[in-house]
Write a protein that binds this ligand. Sequence first.
Ligand SMILES: Nc1ncnc2c1ncn2[C@@H]1O[C@H](COP(=O)(O)OP(=O)(O)OP(=O)(O)O)[C@@H](O)[C@H]1O
Ligand SMILES: [Mg+2]
Length: 377
Amino acid sequence: MTSANLVIDAIHEALTHVQDPELHRSLPELGMIESVEFTGGVATLKVLLTISGCPMQDRLRSDVTAAVLAVEGVKELQLSFGFMSEEQRNNVKKILRNGREKFIPFAQPDSTTRVIGIASGKGGVGKSSLTVNLAVAAAQKGLRVGILDADVYGHSIPRLMGLMGQRPTAIDQMFIPLEAFGVKTVSMEMFKPERSDPVAYRGPLLHRVLEQLLSDAYWGDLDVLFIDLPPGTGDLAISLGQLIPGSEIIVVTTPQIAAAEVAERAGRIAHQIKQQMIGVIENMSDFPCPHCSESISLFGTGGGEATAARLSQLLGAEVPLLGKVPFNSELRTGGDNGVPVVLAQPQSPAAQAILGIVDQLVVRKRSLVGVPLGFAQ
Ligand SMILES: Nc1ncnc2c1ncn2[C@@H]1O[C@H](COP(=O)(O)OP(=O)(O)OP(=O)(O)O)[C@@H](O)[C@H]1O
Ligand SMILES: [Mg+2]
């Protein structure tokens, strides 16, 4: 073998350690290295990008340059970029799906991802706020976490995660979830042509939208996926149960007894479609008066206990009250500013209550014997 060939081999080897910054796979594995030549100390390299206008081009340039110039004998690098053909892109998508055609990874029998829908009967009880805080807290504990905003009409997750106005990178139909605070995030909001456009889908189409958001996103390996469901006992919770049979539900209620009754109805639907009920979270619970520390019950009391008791009776098995998250104005301002309260004010009673709930989720195992549990530590 000539010495030039040895250097070319060494360059190929060096490139196996360079990853696509978004896809987290090596460039040769993804078929991104079109050609490598070497003469007189000069390496000439052509890298194929999955899409034109790839936002990661600068990062790739510096990573590839550093790797190639570190190879012994290479004094100079001439690096150019091209774009993949449709066939090459299809191949990338196939690699990312582990050789399978388009599918929902979490619906596969060998999936180790725990899928948790956050549901409520009434609107405005804090589902979305709790979803982001539970997810960010779980990510802080070292879990690989995703959020799917299934509230297609009232999507509020991008704002709560500080992701407003950002668009995911897409390879044709497949797209890479946006990431904030270590959480991979997908929302219909990210695909609307005009942000102010109302999204108007009817039931069957909503099912397809949910299916598409689940299967077109390149989620990678997740320990847990939180799904922020729209309010009500509606279609989408049923769709979730159909699309991901192993998915589980957490019911959110306020302390108000009237809210508990509606929450119970949401729980009934989940039970009918045989979704496992993890428990109940009471939100906007009592909080200490900032002046005299006396406990203030803005939204009544007892809703959490009542919901948990009724659902336990209905299911014939204990549905625990996982925690009570006190009313806390920081939780709202954190949402407005795009920084969840578990990060902005980790010592606040609301954040502490949320962290306590995540601890219970982490140790709580699925009942499926023999399924590897990525979620349990
Ligand atoms: N514990 C809390 N303390 C104070 N404010 C809260 C709390 N939880 C939620 N909020 C506020 O209540 C409002 C409704 O919360 P959120 O949007 O999370 O509810 P939701 O159940 O997702 O609503 P929707 O049904 O419209 O999707 C928001 O302004 C949020 O900041
Ligand atoms: Mg919401």
